[in-house]
Design a protein around this ligand. Structure first.
Ligand code: CA
Length: 233
């Protein structure tokens, strides 16, 4: 048994007993504290009484839809949806409603555990402070004060929109970002920018960033995510 220096508490919302047992067993072995709720009502009760660092959420529950739960609950911790409904529409809908990630059933347990670790890592408070003047990751560097960008040490000229998009990727490494999220959160464009415009921006950004540009991976049918070099999907 390895001691986990920063104990985390994870809530599994899953009505299928075997699936819940597999998740609970494997997450406990990683040193996490794990609770289980078999209905949305039980999940809401758990969330009201305990602080969780992560929720694994099934979508088809006996008392309703996990998608509605995502949209309806205030102040949820990060959520990874774990569902057999892995079609593009459902994945996009889940991400747009605030899920951090989506794992389709059946899944490989090691992949699921890796995604759990990645999500927990992204939400540890040592991440980039929101008003840091310089944001960097790997070979990408943005200076927020001077609006200068550099890729592998070489200066890169980015437009305002491109700069904001790259910044949004750097602040959400590894996270799948839908076109809609990139429009809304990075460009603050609301409905005025078409999601197709994002694809055009990404093409230009990839070209301008050279080798580092390959880190903006396409998540087919969904959007984009920033990966480590050599990790492209
Ligand atoms: Ca279910």
């Amino acid at each position: 048994m390895s001691a986990n220096p920063t104990p985390t508490r994870i809530l599994i919302v899953e009505d299928e007993p075997d699936m819940a047992r597999v998740l609970q067993f494997n997450l406990s072995r990683q040193g996490h504290g794990v609770d289980h709720a078999a209905t949305l009502a039980a999940a809401a009760e758990r969330l009201a009484g305990t602080t969780y660092q992560l929720v694994l959420l099934d979508l088809r529950l006996p008392d309703g839809s996990g998608l509605d739960f995502l949209a309806g609950q205030q102040g949820l911790p990060p959520v990874i949806v774990v569902s057999a409904l892995g079609d593009e529409t459902t994945v996009v809908e889940a991400l747009n409603r605030g899920a951090e990630d989506f794992v389709a059933k059946p899944f490989r347990i090691r992949e699921l555990l890796a995604r759990v670790s990645a999500t927990l890592r992204r939400h540890t408070p040592v991440a980039v402070p929101p008003n840091a003047e310089v944001v960097e990751d790997g070979g990408l560097r943005l200076d927020l004060a001077s609006h200068e960008a550099a890729s592998d040490g070489e200066p890169v000229i980015l437009t305002r929109s491109e700069f904001r998009l790259v910044l949004h990727f750097l602040r959400n490494p590894g996270r799948v970002l839908t076109r809609k999220q990139l429009c809304d959160e990075a460009l603050e464009a609301g409905g005025s920018v078409q999601e197709r415009t994002i694809d055009a921006h990404i093409r230009t950004i990839r070209r301008k960033l050279g080798g580092q540009g390959q880190r903006i991976a396409t998540v087919w049918g969904v959007g984009y995510r920033l990966v480590e070099l050599g990790d492209e999907e």
